[in-house]
Design a protein around this ligand. Structure first.
Ligand code: DX5
Ligand code: ZN
Length: 218
């Protein structure tokens, strides 16, 4: 089953707990937490106290997407927060492989992300064999509510091919502008995990679950 990961960036921040609970009982979903530092991307979101509270209250696994210049620091300081997946950006660090190995000591799942202008060949075979998830950005990271960039399709297909030839096991996740208009094609291309912010949350709370299912039931 395709995992759907609603991005909390689009939720009602004044009511985070009821927002989280609105998804209880949904199968195969993660909460996606977008952490931005104002350096790697221009925008700021939320930091450690909020991440820890969300992870503690969440009825689902938490998937943290770090759009930051120093993921090493956050990997260390959040190691007991209860996050399931820790994703950092290839573009942000010098030695991704060492960081993956370090993060694997503390997180059940470790992901690496590439921005729209970063080609998939920048991810070495060693990296692809070491990670649990590759996040293909289908918008420039930094803001929710942007339009999907179709260049993500080829990247997903390339990664699926390399996963087969390397006998690797990473999930392919796509993030940015995902809606019911592109979800089917993304899954057919090879995406295992769809992040969706505005599409899921721009409705009433009683409709969130339907929005999730509309991204994977065709
Ligand atoms: C963008 C974030 C995304 C964003 C997705 O930098 O990484 O997770 O919240 O939002 P939508 O689905 O609205 O494009
Ligand atoms: Zn994200």
């Amino acid at each position: 089953m395709t995992i759907i990961s609603p991005s909390l960036l689009a939720c009602d921040f004044l009511n985070i707990e009821p927002e989280l609970m609105a998804f209880s009982g949904v199968k195969d979903m993660w909460f996606h937490l977008d952490i931005m530092d104002g350096h790697f991307v221009p925008n700021l979101t939320f930091g450690h106290p909020i991440i820890e509270l969300i992870a503690k209250k969440s009825p689902h696994k938490c998937d943290a997407h770090f759009m930051v210049t120093n993921p090493e620091f956050h990997g260390e300081t959040l190691k007991n927060a209860g996050l399931h997946n820790f994703t950092f950006h290839l573009e942000a660090v010098m030695d991704s492989l060492s960081l993956i190995k370090e993060l694997k000591k503390n997180y059940p799942s470790v992901g690496i992300s590439i921005k729209p202008n970063t080609p998939t060949h920048k991810l070495s075979d060693e990296i692809l064999k070491a990670v649990d998830l590759v996040l293909v950005m289908s918008v420039e990271p930094g803001f929710g509510g942007q339009s999907f960039m179709p260049s993500a399709f080829d990247k997903i297909k390339e990664l699926k091919k390399r996963r087969e030839s390397l006998k690797a096991h990473f999930q392919i996740q796509v993030d940015g502008g995902v809606t019911d208009k592109n979800a089917k094609e993304l899954i057919e291309a090879g995406a295992d995990n769809l992040v969706a912010g505005s599409y899921v949350f721009k409705t009433t709370k009683d409709n969130y679950k339907n929005k999730i299912e509309s991204l994977r039931s065709f």
